[in-house]
Design a protein around this ligand. Structure first.
Ligand SMILES: Cc1cc2nc3c(=O)[nH]c(=O)nc-3n(C[C@H](O)[C@H](O)[C@H](O)COP(=O)(O)O)c2cc1C
Length: 187
């Protein structure tokens, strides 16, 4: 696919199935992440690769977090949360690995880590791999952060679900750039 077609046509795939991306596809996705814009070349990111039983361990961690807040959560709600990571055969947890730097504020490092995820969405789409960037309450929960080994200055920027699209991606709605791009100073 032409690079601009990927950028203009990329859409997420909310429903994902097996198989997970191949090693070759993963490598291309990982390399795309590492080319995100990066002030000071700090490489302020790291990624956890979770699949197979790891997905169930992640589900258990989510339930542990939920029970800490709401110990009397009904079993069906626990089961539903536990099953969430199984919505894809592969999850990458994107972590902004921020460090103190007098020239590169924390927010810029966070943005870079987000750009790395966007690059991975594009690299996945370019190869026909389905992808969906998810966050939600679990992303920010201290039990989840501790269970995943996320440090004090670090932050989870998303769970990137990857797999095979359950149905062919539909082209995105077209948006007129003039809605969002305005000359300055105006007339
Ligand atoms: C940081 C971030 C977190 C997101 N978290 C969720 C989420 O938890 N659940 C969800 O349905 N969509 C979430 N989204 C949006 C989807 O990933 C997706 O971008 C959106 O559904 C639009 O679809 P498209 O990518 O095909 O345009 C998130 C997007 C971003 C950038």
């Amino acid at each position: 696919m032409h690079a601009l077609d990927v950028l203009h046509q990329r859409v997420s795939s909310p429903k994902l199935t097996e198989p997970a991306p191949t090693d070759v596809q993963r490598d291309a996705i990982y390399r795309a992440a590492l080319r995100a814009a990066d002030h000071g070349l700090m490489q302020p990111w790291r990624f956890l690769v979770i699949e197979d039983e790891g997905l169930d361990r992640l589900g258990d961690l989510f339930v542990q977090a939920m029970l800490k807040d709401t110990p009397d959560t009904p079993e069906p709600d626990q089961q539903s949360l536990r099953a969430k990571p199984r919505r894809a055969p592969l999850i990458l947890v994107a972590i902004a690995a921020c460090r103190q730097n007098p020239k590169v504020p924390h927010v810029e490092q966070l943005i870079s880590a987000g750009a790395a995820v966007q690059n991975m969405l594009n690299a996945a789409f370019a190869q026909g791999v389905g992808a969906f960037w998810r966050t939600g309450a679990m992303t920010y929960h201290p039990v989840v952060k501790e269970g995943l080994g996320v440090g004090e200055l670090e932050q989870i920027v998303g769970f990137l679900y990857l797999g095979t699209p359950a149905k062919p991606p539909q082209p995105p709605k077209s948006v007129n750039p003039e809605t969002f791009f305005h000359p300055w100073p105006g007339q």
